[in-house]
Design a protein around this ligand. Structure first.
Ligand SMILES: *Cc1c(COP(=O)(O)O)cnc(C)c1O
Length: 459
């Protein structure tokens, strides 16, 4: 919970700084009638209560949680000034902080010291920039990705006029390395996207095995780690509990060409904070522009010179910078937060394996658990409908609601787990929970018990 005295401390400090510049007459057009504001604010705050409780561990649905209070303090302080990190002159302190956090992110994934990178408004734009540079490097070549890759890659390839190729996956939906090796022989693919933690299942493509195949074919590798990038902390730490194969693949990210990481997903930040890193800083040459109205007054690199977006919130850089001072990118800081989610997912997977009412769909690799209702004489449509009604009931019950999400899977994958499954439709919805709050570690037994009860009461 946010400490009101710290909020006041931040606003007082910024107000004092503002007052140090001398008094001036506020304009009447900006004056607000107190009653009118009070009323509007009440309406606003009431309407905000229509949200689901993303902050609470009973919310175990989508990738959603509030920023850490430290990020809020950092954001608030800079937002009151509103620097624009387009150029260093738009806000020298937050521009400098952006360079420092980019360095920290590069170190986290073991990219070199001269890594080129910047923050973006989110993962979609970060990936777009990765693909845009890739397209310049390999003009007229295709972008390869699998069906498990985020849906925005296809869309962004269209935006930048890049042809695409669908790459094959193995039985669990990870990129198939042997098939990739064959496919690259055709010579039409210039870049592939690997995913370091898919949005649906939290699975990691076999990056360590993919990189050598791409290297020998002269193919670029962009890592979409919008969601999972911060797991690199665990991958490089011997004490961290993360699968050995998963660690190996995250460590291989160090050899890839570019990576997108979203601090607004696993970095405790409010929305509006993604990042893109390029291992080869010469990628910066593609960004050159000579806009007449920007204000590059120094010879130092301005972040607006290496970013597709123009205005960017200096507050986003400030918030991340402050957060990383108290949550360093190691197991004493952010790593411990991520470890709790991993442990929660493993613990719930064990409970689901034992359950009479649910089956585990996939062993969780990160902090996403997928499961489905166990049913006698099951059909795809029955599992689909029961998943949907459990999802709905769990959320709408007055007594101890829990919030889940549903995910559509190919029925063939379900059939591997339920051999006598009647395939009466090609896809079926199952249940999915993202355990991205560390409090899930102790809350999982309660979530599980609640779902078991609901499964029993739901005819
Ligand atoms: C969330 C996500 C994205 C999109 O990022 P936004 O920040 O939502 O724009 C892309 N790829 C993956 C793997 C994601 O999880």
């Amino acid at each position: 919970m946010i400490d009101a005295s710290r909020l006041t401390h931040v606003t007082n400090a910024i107000t004092a700084w503002q007052q140090s510049w001398g008094a001036y007459e506020p304009h009447p057009s900006l004056q607000v009638a107190p009653e009118r504001l009070a009323e509007a604010l009440d309406t606003y705050l009431t309407r905000l209560q229509g949200n689901y409780p993303f902050f609470h561990p009973r919310y175990a649905g989508q990738m959603l949680k509030p920023p850490h209070p430290v990020a809020v303090l950092g954001y608030l302080g800079a937002m009151l000034i509103n620097p624009n990190n387009h150029a260093l002159d738009g806000g020298p302190p937050t521009g400098q902080m952006e360079k420092e956090v980019v360095k920290a992110l590069a170190q986290m994934v073991h990219f070199p010291d001269d890594t080129l990178g910047h923050l973006t408004s989110g993962g979609t734009v970060a990936n777009l920039e990765g693909l845009w540079v890739a397209r310049h490097v390999h003009l007229d070549k295709k972008l390869g990705f699998t069906d498990a890759a985020h849906y925005t890659h296809g869309r962004m390839a269209e935006v930048i006029g890049m042809d695409t190729a669908r790459l094959a996956v193995d039985a669990d939906g990870r990129m198939d390395v042997a098939a990739l090796e064959q496919r690259l022989k055709e010579g039409d693919i210039g870049t592939i996207v690997v995913t370091g933690g898919t949005t649906g299942f939290g699975t990691v493509d076999p990056i360590a095995d993919i990189v050598p195949v791409c290297r020998s074919a002269g193919v670029r590798v962009h890592v979409d780690a919008a969601y999972g990038g911060f797991y690199a902390i665990l991958a490089w730490d011997d004490t961290a509990r993360l699968g050995e194969e998963t660690k190996r693949h995250y460590r291989a990210v160090a050899k890839c060409d570019s990576i997108a990481i979203d601090p607004h997903k696993h970095g405790l930040q409010p929305y509006g904070c993604g990042s893109i890193l390029f291992r080869d800083p010469s990628a910066g040459r593609f960004y050159q522009h000579d806009s007449p109205y920007t204000y590059f007054t120094s010879d130092e690199l301005h972040l607006g010179e290496i970013s597709l977006e123009c205005s960017r919130a200096g507050a986003a850089a400030g918030a991340l910078w402050l957060t990383l001072q108290v949550f360093p990118l190691d197991m004493t800081g952010l790593g411990a937060v991520l470890q709790a989610g991993i442990d929660a997912a493993q613990q719930w997977a064990d409970l689901l394996r034992e359950s009479a009412h649910f089956d585990l769909f996939m062993p969780p690799e990160l902090d996403i658990v997928t499961y489905f209702p166990a049913m006698a004489s099951a059909s795809a449509s029955a599992i689909d409908q029961r998943s949907q009604s459990l999802f709905h009931e769990a959320m709408h019950t007055d007594d101890e609601p829990v919030f889940l999400s549903v995910l559509r899977v190919e029925t063939e994958r379900l059939q591997r787990l339920v051999p006598d499954l009647a395939i009466d439709q090609p896809q079926a919805r199952i249940l999915r929970s993202v355990l991205m709050k560390p409090e899930h570690e102790t809350y999982v037994p309660m979530l599980h018990r609640r779902l078991e009860t609901l499964a029993q009461t739901l005819a």
